[in-house]
Design a protein around this ligand. Structure first.
Ligand code: VGL
Ligand code: ZN
Length: 208
């Protein structure tokens, strides 16, 4: 399945704040780490990503009046779920989880740095304007296959997978190496369905 010299793995947001004990903890988020550590050496390129927000980021509920965590608002024309403060630039919560073998990462892409717009995808901001440069990096290496693992299934993994397809990559989500937020209810199942309908391959690490 993995095509020699043509593949990359995206390791999405394995950060303290998305793991148990963190500010936006994904249930069992840390369970994916041993799986990711095991599969990373099999790929030609491994890209690590970090959600990397300034304190005044407008995806934080606390930065809006009379709004609560998980409310949805219109943010400059884009639907935005409001989150607890998480992954603030330079904070412990934004660090990679200690158990992740970061020596395997070839590059690190940071996203969500602009206060007015969120960035779930590793490729671009939610308004699709500002790109991260990841597409050019992968195309420059003649990568054809993009495999994705990490947190969270229904947000950063989902949007990265959809954009990966859009960029023309054969795209695989290693589903046992992902965990989801599940907000709103049923979101994980719905994201899986949508990914499948866009030709994202949902696979298990043992079948790699
Ligand atoms: C994420 C919600 C807010 C993610 C990031 O990494 O999936 N989710 N920021
Ligand atoms: Zn975020």
């Amino acid at each position: 399945m993995i095509r020699k010299n043509k593949n990359a793995l995206l390791v999405v947001d394995i950060q303290n704040d998305f793991c148990p004990g963190g500010k936006l903890a994904v249930a069992q988020g840390d369970e994916v780490i041993p799986i990711i550590n095991r599969i990373m050496p099999r790929f030609d390129r491994v890209v690590g990503t970090q959600d990397w927000h300034p304190k005044d980021h407008e995806s934080f509920a606390i930065n809006h009046h009379n709004k609560h965590v998980y409310d949805t608002i219109d943010l400059y024309g884009i639907q935005q779920v409001l989150w607890p403060v998480h992954c603030v630039q330079g904070s412990k919560g934004a660090d990679f989880h200690n158990d992740l073998n970061i020596d395997e990462l070839d590059i690190i892409v940071r996203k969500g740095t602009h206060p007015h717009v969120d960035s779930y995808s590793t490729f671009q901001d939610n308004d699709k304007k500002l790109k991260t440069g990841l597409k050019g990096y992968l195309k420059g290496l003649d990568i054809e296959q993009v495999f994705i693992a990490g947190l969270a299934t229904d947000y950063c993994v989902f949007y990265s997978a959809i954009d990966s397809i859009e960029c023309g990559f054969e795209t695989y989500v290693v589903i046992d190496a992902c965990r989801g937020v599940g907000v709103p209810e049923g979101n994980i199942e719905q994201s899986l369905e949508q990914m499948r309908s866009k030709n994202v391959n949902i696979i298990h690490s043992e079948n790699l």
